[in-house]
Design a binder for this molecule. Structure first.
Ligand code: ATR
Length: 292
């Protein structure tokens, strides 16, 4: 699409932003859907987040994504909040409305969409979530919202797992989340569980690592989802597959957080075929550069 007088701007604010894959997702969808929008990265210095949001509004920017380290701080600068984003306490998508922007968390929505795409059931199931940081918060809240029966939340620092569990259980008024230390995986009673890897352990270049390596744990995992997508097959995924489970990485979560944000920005559903083209673009960009 040629940039002209009617082009609407979309963007990403964060620090750093130069390695982002989001422009590839949004600009591919825009091209496929024939929409006159353009998505660019904006490096925002700390302390300038409110100025950036107000400036974007004044410049008639249609929508913005927000990445680290501003997903919490940006919430103060918004005119509205989606209830799931409010529960999670983090926003990654700003959708233009009268007077400002409304915040959404499409990391959570993208994760649920990945599960749906992969035919992974949530309702009535049991899960083990590894990690209790920012990424884990979005995963845990979205799984409980979708009616998961129980989550064992395993984390190196037990206090953080305890804190997040308390918060989610209070919010949904049921004892859905049980905090554990990593070694406590032996306390998991269920024999068929979904496992979601939400720590940063195993991320390239430390691809050989996994936060939990005991075979006993993986024997009960029917499906494992790693939020990491670099490398495309993580050690966690290998451990799941070695015990006969199905495994997927986090690239579809990344894709669908973008697709869902794009749909909110432009007010139209993206046909699945077009999301697939954006996915192929991501795979191409992530392909290791050959040669010595
Ligand atoms: P993110 O936004 O990616 O979730 P984060 O909020 O910093 O990042 O959370 C990182 C998660 O990875 C935490 O669960 C962290 O465990 P702690 O809460 O105990 O710190 C986990 N993590 C990071 N490095 C780890 C390591 N070497 N061993 C075990 N867990 C680790």
């Amino acid at each position: 699409m040629e940039i002209n007088g009617k082009t609407r701007l979309l963007g990403l604010m964060g620090n750093p932003v130069e390695h982002t894959l989001s422009p590839a997702i949004h600009n591919t969808l825009a091209e496929q859907m024939g929409l006159n929008v353009c998505y660019v990265p904006f490096l925002v210095e700390s302390g300038k987040i409110r100025a950036a949001v107000e400036g974007a509004y004044a410049l008639n920017v249609l929508g913005m994504n927000v990445t680290v380290p501003y997903k919490q701080a940006v919430m103060d600068a918004l005119t509205g909040l989606d209830p799931l984003a409010e529960q999670i306490g983090a926003v990654n998508t700003l959708v233009r409305e009268e007077g400002g922007y409304r915040g959404y968390n499409t990391d959570a929505l993208g994760f649920l969409r990945e599960l749906e795409q992969e035919n992974i059931r949530v309702e009535g199931e049991t899960a083990a979530v590894l990690g209790a940081g920012g990424a884990s918060r979005a995963v845990v809240f979205s799984l409980v919202k979708e009616g998961i029966r129980k989550i064992y939340l395993l984390n190196r620092s037990f206090a953080k797992a305890q804190e997040l569990s308390k918060e989610v259980n209070r919010c949904y008024e049921r004892e859905a989340v049980v905090p554990l230390t990593m070694e406590d995986y032996k306390k998991i009673e269920e024999e068929r569980i979904l496992a979601v890897q939400c720590t940063s352990v195993g991320l390239a270049p430390e691809s050989g690592r996994c936060v939990l390596t005991s075979e006993d744990f993986y024997r009960n995992v029917h499906t494992g989802v790693d939020l990491i997508y670099q490398p495309s097959e993580t050690m966690f995924m290998k451990l799941v597959r070695q015990q006969g489970g199905k495994a997927c990485n986090g690239l579809k979560m990344l894709l669908y957080q973008g697709v869902t944000a794009f749909e909110l920005f432009v007010g139209q559903k993206a046909p699945e075929e077009m999301s697939r083209i954006a996915y192929e673009k991501l795979c191409e960009l992530l392909k290791p550069q050959g040669g010595m």
